[in-house]
Design a binder for this molecule. Sequence first.
Ligand code: NAD
Length: 374
Amino acid sequence: MNKVFLCKETAREETRTALVPPDIKALVAMGYEIAVQSGAGLKVGYTDDDYSAAGAKILGTLDEGYKFCDIIVRINKPDTISGIRENALHISSFDVFNQKPAIKEYAEAGIKLISLEMVPRTTLAQKMDILSSQASLAGYYAVVLAAAKLPKIFPMMMTPSGTISPARVFIIGVGVAGLQAIATAKRLGARVEAFDTRPVVEEQVKSLGAKFVKIDLGEMGQTEQGYAKELTAEQIELQRKGQAKVCAQSDVVITTAKVFGRKAPILLTKEMVAQMKPGSIIIDMAVKTGGNVEGSDPEKEVLLDNGVRIIGGDSLERFIPKDASNMFSGNIFAFLEHFWNAEQKSFRLDTEDEIMKGCLITSDKKIVHKSFIE
Ligand code: NAD
């Protein structure tokens, strides 16, 4: 098992590619044979010639690639499994919690499915973690986008023509994206406040020079994997009340509050948004998993009558496809390297390995992941 095929993404809004030429060169040196679907890197700025120079074979169609390979690599779940051979290993992000019928389809077709979002968040697997690599870029970009849309500047400026006060930025949810958003907003000179339900986050917020908003929600904590626990309806109500004043005073609110595998909580209600200043910007980075903001839309920007703009900030890393692809590709490279058997010159599907156990969803015509075995 050493033949890898890189597919061209089909979704119009997808700008990234799952493997970049420098990583392909290193994989070829390791012993992998690589084919690339023509045009796979064009939106990022990599031509077929760049891939050829790195040692890949260029194939014109998806079907040719499926016939050539044992391992299929792409960013997103494809629309159809048509043409994928039995026993092929399919590696991509997959949005598994929302794709239960598709998981069954992959199992029945005998396709071995790896969902990269399910790679465990352990120290060893850190370099394979697409959630972190993409979220940190998205967090950066959310701030850059807000700064471009806001009718005022971020830093304080004292000039003979007048003094400009710094923009006030409130970040709700301080995981990977939130931390990067805080750091970026601070670098641009904003006054930054942040809140997260996991108590351990307070120190991290302070170390970035931002203020932690204190809201007492009673029992909170985090799961073993470091994820937030789901709040009760009463706790969500307390949080909304505690945040309302900070939102009303902020020029920018960026929400990233997600609960792994579940719907995101609504943290900004219509009433809270109505209290915000005209011209303020809200970016809801949890929009795809239900949204943190009432009225946010993944497809479009919403300008409300009170002059507040709500931006559905899903997959913002797609606006910076070069770095996003380089990092995603680095994650896949690390995965393929970790499971490389140098003696047999083959990918080793080691079902006893903790990383493999975490992200292998189907194998041997069965659903094998413990979270999805019904
Ligand atoms: P995520 O995308 O699941 O959620 C984003 C943030 O929203 C989290 O910090 C979460 O606590 C917060 N949140 C959830 N509900 C909230 C609410 N009601 N109000 C405010 N905030 C709320 O999280 P993530 O960015 O993927 O990171 C999750 C955790 O995983 C973090 O602890 C992170 O440090 C950890 N992590 C560990 C590793 C590793 O060890 N290799 C790698 C990456 C992340």
